[in-house]
Design a protein around this ligand. Sequence first.
Ligand SMILES: [Zn+2]
Length: 410
Amino acid sequence: MSQAELAAGVHADQLAQVEEDAATDATDGLGAELAAVLAAATAAWVTAAESVSALAAPARAAAIGSRVGAELARVLDGSRRRARLVAAGSVVQAYRLGVAQAGAEVTAAVAELTPARVRVDVPAVQVPPRPDRPRVPARPPRPAPEPAAAHDDDDGGGELPDVDIDDPPAEDTIVRLDVWARTVLDGLDDIDDSPPDDLVDEVAGRVDEVHRDRAEQARETLRGTDTVGFPAVAAAVRHAQSAGAGTERVVRTAVNDAAGQGAEQVAETLGVGRVWIAERTGCRHCLAYSGQTVEPGEQFPGGLSFDVRPFSTAALDGPPLHPNCRCRTSPWSWAWPRPPDGSITMPTALRREAQRSILRGHALPSEPRSARIRAADRLLDAGPPLPRSVLAAAERAVAAGRFPPVPAGL
Ligand SMILES: [Zn+2]
């Protein structure tokens, strides 16, 4: 499996799994607890409405409001502690996965750039266990992902490459590639896979912030209980409920961010740059970044898009380009050997793949069809170096204003 395939495939499977588990576990039980608070408040309200005089009603309403306030504070504080723990553990786990993943991608690149000369085994990447895992309800295990490639030892790669001498190329070429491969693979052993402390502190801080915000909103709303009545209680519970969605967003973002930083750490330790990788169904903005490379310490340029208007014009350290962005980066260097069989480099392959995706309309349903047609139209004007059949099909799609259905499996 190539570096690019590995990068796109494992992101979709393993990181998405870490993200999903983190989002679910971080907010687990919150909805049910708040529903119970609301049910108890409703029952108290009905009883009060039936039994008290109009004069006594505001006092009773205020009493119910203050009880609900105390309950919401208790539930939100429990949720905050739990979400903090889950988020911190998930960030560590995602960072380690990012490091392991980038390491496997680099190994795949070494194997790709030296085929038939230097044998390199690409390690399979396992999702690292989440540290400090809080007690959560058991879920059925997911099927294990296919290993990236067969490997016959369990030390996770880094073994010295064997040279295939059946069809030997020039001796100095073998030596040069062998030395290069050893140097890169040895460099992978030096990588520390524990995330920087501030990464964990930051997500814990954001979790706290979401919960404190919602608790404050709920408190404010309950101050009006004696004048507004039950609607104020219901509104306060809704504020508390929105802590769930807010926490989920924070945790999902943090997990992806941590994985990206893990990959960056690998590139930095090896002293190489990075290449941007978008999924084939990436949006018209992200696809414009696919195959873009940066040198160490450089930022990706702002303002790239296949559409008229870019998503953002600011320079970027890396993905995400937008919320729910599925892009990632992988270590890459133009100083690495050229592909041995004269084929194109990975960044070029990624750019062509992205252009092909635009011309074929491989979009998710969330992307407006008109925008993708417009992007294909603009790309056709630029005359991309793609097969005539792809260009002709795109011409027809643009003329018709719609792409033909994508065959299954793409
Ligand atoms: Zn993206």
